[in-house]
Design a protein around this ligand. Structure first.
Ligand code: E4P
Ligand code: PEP
Ligand code: MN
Length: 456
């Protein structure tokens, strides 16, 4: 990130050394690379490539998240469970952005407050798995760990971890982010285009409800324009990218020293989070992310206790910096109403002010009798409701949602007004890992969240 025209403040030696301290700690969910030299070579190349995001953008996001933590903004974070290299096409990326923009409009209108838009995009390539291996029939192979590690095809060649994929991951993230920037700053995301974001999607109840809302917004904009309002600010929209910081051979080389401040930023995304499976207090991931300046998230499952939350705050946000820390709860619809309030109470009584958002996906996984990983739309909605209820009861702010979604008409989650059932799953199941809400289910969810926001 060094620039010739900006001051070039170098980092302390201890700061640079600290970025590799994780190597001495226990670490989970990393691939078994077959060839250490090849990993070293790929990591060195990554370290020499330009950053994907700038430190200044990361700082802006931290400010936005600080607003949300204070109850003055709402975070909408969404995208694939596992982005794929083949899925990084213009159509698919555009549909996902359109879906997030539509959901954001619905939420902004209801909440009457800014909605921070963030994709699980441009880097969501590495997956933690429940098992290191997958068995089909009498063959057992390494589990698929995301396109940045190995291939999905069930052959020994494809399932072997391949370090060249680290570089391909970077290149795919670059082209995805380039398109995101073009869509969100090149006129397409202009609020006056609110109808256009609905075009190309099938006619269905959620789209019709959206269309009615878009008409209202249109009329309001035209009214304000007739009154002389200047809408230049509506031409572009901020859109941030995020992914799970899981694969250290990608995250470490993408972390650079900011020449303005001499401090480390993970330049592979604006926001990164630590998953439920890798958030041990003394583990590699918590240590590494404690040292970068990005706003960071931590997933919290249903067994999380108060002490763990307090220690995570101590490690990851010792200075209680506004916007620094987001807790992404993923408790499950049946558990959130009991598991979340004690955590909220304890943090409320402390000097910390993290942002709390809900991931209503990962606590609600099921496997259908016909063998698909799925989730029921009703469970997703119920967890969101439980999240709002818990915050209302404790008097804290329900600051956002984190969803696995796509802009395409896939059939991966059950229910919604299209009433997708188990037999429909085979029609269009494309996810290589967890099931995503399709375009219509996503939009429908946003209307339901809007109702909850109005109540809050
Ligand atoms: O996205 C989250 C995890 O990677 C995923 O839920 C793990 O799935 P598995 O239980 O099939 O490994
Ligand atoms: C792995 C994920 O979630 P969790 O860590 O909550 O299981 C994910 O968000 O895809
Ligand atoms: Mn997932």
């Amino acid at each position: 990130m060094a620039s010739q025209i900006e001051p070039n403040i170098v980092a302390d030696k201890s700061v640079i050394e600290g970025l590799d301290y994780w190597r001495t700690l226990p670490i989970k969910q990393q691939p078994q690379w077959p060839n250490a030299e090849a990993v070293k070579s790929a990591s060195e190349r990554l370290a020499s490539y330009p950053p994907l995001v700038f430190a200044g953008e990361v700082d802006t996001l931290r400010d936005r998240l600080a607003q949300a933590a204070q109850g003055k903004a709402f975070l909408l974070q969404g995208g694939d469970c596992a982005e794929t290299f083949a899925g990084a096409t213009a159509d698919k990326i555009r549909n996902r952005i359109k879906t997030v923009l539509q959901m954001a409009v619905v939420l902004t209108y209801a909440a009457e407050m800014p909605v921070i838009k963030m994709g699980r995009m441009a880097g969501q390539f590495a997956k933690p798995r429940s098992s290191d291996t997958e068995t089909r029939g009498d063959i057992t192979l390494p589990a698929y760990r995301g396109d940045i590690v190995n291939g999905y095809d069930f052959t020994p060649e494809s399932r072997e971890a391949n370090p060249e994929r680290l570089v391909q991951g970077y290149n795919t993230a670059v082209s995805t982010l380039n398109l995101i920037r073009a869509f969100t700053t090149g006129g397409f995301a202009d609020l006056r285009e609110v109808h256009r974001w609905n075009q190309g999607f099938a006619k269905n109840p959620a789209n019709a409800q959206y269309e009615a809302l878009a008409n209202e917004i249109d009329r309001a904009i035209k009214f304000m324009a007739a009154c002389g309002a200047d809408f230049d600010a509506l031409k572009t929209t901020e859109f941030f990218v995020s992914h799970e910081a899981l694969l250290m051979d990608y995250e470490r080389p993408m972390t650079r020293i900011d020449s303005r401040t001499g401090t480390p930023y993970n330049t592979s995304a604006h926001f990164v989070w630590i998953g439920e499976r890798t958030r041990e207090l003394d583990g590699a991931h918590v240590d590494f992310l404690s040292r970068v300046r990005n706003p960071i998230g931590v997933k919290l499952g249903p067994t999380t206790d108060v002490d763990t939350v307090k220690q995570l705050i101590e490690k990851l946000d010792p200075n209680r910096e506004p916007g620094r820390l987001t807790f992404i709860t993923r408790m499950g619809a049946g558990k959130i109403r009991e598991a979340l309030p004690p955590l909220l109470e304890a943090v409320k009584a402390s000097d910390a002010n993290p942002l709390w958002i809900t991931d209503p996906m990962h606590g609600n996984g099921i496997t259908t009798p016909n063998g698909y990983k799925s989730r029921r739309f009703d469970d997703v909605v119920d967890e969101v409701k439980g999240f709002f209820e818990a915050h209302r009861a404790v008097g804290t702010f329900p600051g956002g949602v984190h969803v696995e979604l796509t802009g395409d008409d896939v059939t991966e989650c059950l229910g919604g007004s299209e009433q997708i059932d188990e037999n429909d799953l085979a029609t269009r199941y494309e996810s290589l890992c967890d099931p995503r809400l399709n375009h219509m289910q996503s939009l429908e969810l946003s209307f339901l969240i809007a109702e909850e926001l109005k109540k809050s």
